[in-house]
Design a protein around this ligand. Structure first.
Ligand SMILES: [Zn+2]
Length: 487
C-alpha cells in the first residue's frame, strides 16, 4: 500500500489518512444491527469493519446466529460487497426492514473499503467447548490453526480489502468470563500463554500466506503487549519474522489498547496517579476515555517508531472522539469504534413516547451533540461531542449537516420519529429509523474529526478551531502535548 498525498490506494479504492471505520455486526446482532445494512446509503462509502466469527458461526461452530437466511446464500456471491448489496436489496424489497420515511439511494458496497477482523474471543471460547485448552492443548491449537486458515480463505474468497492478522485477541479478558467459571479459568490460562500463542499464530500466518500467490486482501500484522517494552519487543519480533521468511505485511494493527480501565494496566503504560489527578482536573467526566486515548496513542507511537516506515497502522477498537486526533499525531492511520451504535441503541421502546419530556425517567437513545459541521468548523453548541439522552437534547441544538442530519431536519422532528412505536410500545420501522439516524450522525461526527486531521496540518490549528470549547480542547492538549510518552 503506497502512501501518496496523505492517502493509501488499495484495489483502486482510496483510504484517506486517517480514516474512521464503522463496525457492522451483521450476523451477530439483532434488530438494530440488521438495519445498519439497509441504511448504508446514508453513510455513503464510510469504510466498514466486519467480524469473521459472526459471519461464520453457523458454518464453523454450528451455532445459530443472526442473519442466517441471508448468510446461507453467501456462496452465490463473488465479493462481500456483492453479498451486502444483495442483503440490502432484499431488505428494501421486503419492506420489513426499512422505514417508509426513507427513500433508499443507490449504493454499491463494493466501493466501501471492507476490513475483516477475526472476533477471536468468541472463537477461542467455542474451540474450548470442543477441546479443553488445559488438557487437550495440542488438539485445541490444531483446531485454532484450522479456523485461522478458514479465516484467511474467507477474506480472500470474498475479496475483503484488508484482513487483520489472526490472533487470540489482545484484550486479555474475554466476553462472558464472569458467566462461567470454566471460561474464567480458560481465560486465565490463555492470558498466561498469550504471547506464545500469538507467536505461533504469527508464524503460521506467514507460512500460510507466503504460499498464496494472489492473496487478495492486504494483511495487517497484529501487535500486542502488556506494557510499552513488551509492545516494542513484539513489534520487533514481527519485523524479525518478516526477515526470516522474506515476507512483508502490508500494515499493522494495534491490539489490546482499546481500554485502560484496569489501574494496573494504566500504571504499566505510565499513567501514574499524578497523571490521573491532572486529567481529572481537566475532564473528570471523561477521565476513562482520556486514559484510553493515552494508552492507544502510546502503543501507536511505539509501532510507528519501531517499524520506521510509512505502512498503515490501524488502532483496533480505538476510534473514540477523544482518540481520533491524538492517534493521528501518534502515527495511526485508521481506527474503528462501536460506540455510536451502542449509544443509539440504548433505551427501551416503552419510553419512546416520553422523549419530548426533558424530565422523562428511564433509558433512551443517546445522541451525540454536534461538535463539527460538515464544513469542518467547530459548532456553537455547548457540550460538543457529548452523548446526551435524547430527551435532554434541546430542540435548538445545531445539526451538523451530515447526510443523516439533512434527513433528520431538526431535533424536534427526530424526536417525533422516535415516538412512532406501535400501540403496545413495540418498535416500528420508523422508530428503528430514528435510531439509525442517531447512529449514523454519530459516525459522521467521527468521520469529520478524521477529516479535520486529514486537512489540518498542525495540532495547534486544530486546538485553535475548538478554542471556545475549553474542556474538549484541554483534553486533547493533554493527551497530545502534555503526557510524557517515553519511547
Ligand atoms: Zn449529523
Amino acid at each position: 500500500m503506497k502512501l501518496n498525498n496523505n492517502q493509501y490506494t488499495l484495489n483502486s479504492k482510496v483510504l484517506p489518512v486517517p480514516s474512521f471505520f464503522s463496525i457492522s455486526n451483521l450476523g451477530g446482532g439483532g434488530s438494530d444491527k440488521y438495519r445498519e445494512t439497509v441504511y448504508g446509503d446514508i453513510l455513503e462509502n464510510t469504510p466498514i469493519l466486519l467480524n469473521f466469527f459472526y459471519l461464520n458461526q453457523k458454518k464453523i461452530f454450528g451455532l445459530n446466529g443472526f442473519a442466517v437466511p441471508w448468510l446461507s446464500n453467501i456462496d452465490s456471491y463473488d465479493t462481500f460487497g456483492d453479498f451486502l448489496n444483495y442483503v440490502r436489496q432484499d431488505m428494501i424489497n421486503s419492506s420489513k426492514y426499512i422505514s417508509s420515511y426513507h427513500t433508499p439511494d443507490a449504493l454499491d458496497y463494493n466501493n466501501n473499503i471492507l476490513l475483516l477482523d477475526s472476533g477471536a474471543g468468541n472463537i477461542i471460547n467455542n474451540i474450548h467447548l470442543e477441546y479443553d485448552y488445559i488438557t487437550e492443548k495440542d488438539k485445541f491449537i490444531e483446531r485454532l490453526l484450522e479456523v485461522m486458515k478458514n479465516y484467511y480463505d474467507f477474506a480472500d474468497r470474498f475479496k475483503f480489502d484488508i484482513v487483520i492478522g489472526f490472533d487470540i485477541g489482545g484484550k486479555y479478558t474475554f466476553k462472558g468470563d464472569e458467566r462461567s467459571p470454566a471460561i474464567k479459568e480458560l481465560n486465565m490460562h490463555i492470558l498466561r500463554d498469550a504471547d506464545d500463542l500469538n507467536k505461533i499464530l504469527l508464524d503460521e500466518t506467514i507460512k500460510y500466506l507466503k504460499n498464496k500467490d494472489e492473496f487478495y486482501p492486504k494483511v495487517f500484522a497484529t501487535i500486542h503487549g502488556k506494557n510499552p517494552i513488551a509492545y516494542k519487543t513484539y513489534t520487533q519480533h514481527v519485523l524479525s519474522m518478516e526477515k526470516k521468511y522474506d515476507f512483508t505485511f502490508d500494515g499493522f494493527a494495534g491490539g489490546g489498547i482499546a481500554s485502560a480501565k484496569n489501574a494496573e494496566l494504566r500504571r504499566a503504560w505510565g499513567i501514574s496517579s499524578n497523571v490521573e489527578t491532572e486529567i481529572i482536573a481537566i475532564n473528570k467526566k471523561n477521565k476513562n476515555e482520556l486514559y484510553n486515548a493515552i494508552l492507544s496513542s502510546y502503543a501507536c507511537k511505539i509501532i510507528r517508531k519501531t517499524i520506521n516506515d510509512n505502512r498503515p497502522i490501524h488502532a483496533l477498537g480505538c476510534g473514540g472522539k477523544f482518540n481520533i486526533l491524538p492517534l493521528y499525531y501518534a502515527g495511526a492511520t485508521s481506527f474503528d469504534a462501536q460506540t455510536p451504535g451502542r449509544r443509539a441503541y440504548d433505551g427501551s421502546a416503552e419510553n419512546n413516547l416520553n422523549v419530548k419530556n426533558p424530565n422523562a425517567a428511564g433509558t433512551f437513545s443517546k445522541y451525540m451533540v454536534a461538535g463539527l459541521s460538515s464544513k469542518l468548523k467547530a459548532s456553537n453548541n455547548s457540550r460538543v461531542f457529548e452523548y446526551l439522552k435524547l430527551p435532554l437534547v434541546d430542540n435548538t441544538t445545531q445539526l451538523c449537516g451530515c447526510p443523516a442530519c439533512i434527513l433528520t431536519g431538526n431535533i424536534n422532528s427526530l424526536k417525533s420519529l422516535y415516538t412512532k412505536v406501535s400501540p403496545r410500545n413495540k418498535q416500528t420501522e420508523d422508530s428503528y429509523y430514528a435510531k439509525q439516524l442517531i447512529n449514523i450522525h454519530g459516525i459522521w461526527q467521527h468521520n469529520y474529526l478524521s477529516r479535520l486531521a486529514q486537512v489540518t496540518p498542525s495540532v495547534s490549528e486544530i486546538i485553535d478551531e475548538f478554542s471556545n470549547h475549553t474542556t474538549f480542547v484541554n483534553s486533547l492538549d493533554y493527551v497530545i502535548n502534555k503526557f510524557n510518552y517515553v519511547l
